[in-house]
Write a protein that binds this ligand. Structure first.
Ligand code: HEM
Ligand code: HEM
Length: 121
């Protein structure tokens, strides 16, 4: 799970900085919330989770780790694409943001439970 998280996270890093560069070049900052969460939930949070799983294999081999990985990775695109449409004026996309955001929060809670239960020194 650790290596998978790290590999996915660098893809979000590329998308996040490209969006940041686009916003700077066009001076259009309406997509800042998408940029922020692609970078922070996609790059930073996933890299940290990946490094934790690499450091503590006992936590990375559990069913909770799998649920966390798939929850995080299914929720983020739904949330980000939904948010981009919402910002662009498609109000129905709010449902996607709500569903994606809820699944994301649940995945993060599962991650926390996994770490608390399975990381031992
Ligand atoms: C080449 C890389 C990047 C570029 C060109 C870039 C560009 C930008 C731009 C243009 C804004 C909007 C500023 C505004 O609204 O006044 C912004 C906001 C932001 N960026 Fe980036 N960014 C980059 C990388 C990153 C990375 C790697 C992260 C986090 C890991 C990040 C986190 C943020 C945050 C948190 C904000 C919101 C700041 C606020 O609310 O005031 N950015 N960025
Ligand atoms: C499911 C998880 C999350 C949800 C539902 C969420 C939701 C939100 C919302 C609704 C806003 C206000 C957007 C706006 O003002 O337009 C926001 C802003 C922000 N969030 Fe999150 N967030 C989440 C996770 C995170 C995480 C993990 C980080 C950092 C590691 C983070 C960093 C930020 C920052 C820096 C801003 C300010 C962005 C700006 O200036 O536009 N968020 N978030």
């Amino acid at each position: 799970m650790g290596v998978k998280f790290i590999k996915v996270s660098v893809c979000y890093f590329v998308i996040g900085v490209c969006l940041g560069m686009y916003m700077s070049m066009t001076e259009k900052f309406t997509f800042t919330p998408v940029h922020v969460h692609v970078n922070l939930l996609g790059w930073t949070a996933m890299t940290l989770a990946g490094l934790i799983y690499v450091a503590f294999p006992s936590a990375s081999e559990t069913r909770l780790a799998k649920i966390h990985f798939w929850g995080h990775n299914l929720a983020l695109p739904v949330m980000m694409i939904g948010l981009a449409f919402l910002i662009s004026g498609v109000s129905a996309a709010g449902t996607a943001v709500a569903i994606g955001g809820t699944v994301m929060v649940l995945s993060i809670i599962i991650f926390a439970i996994n770490i608390l239960l399975h990381v031992k020194n």
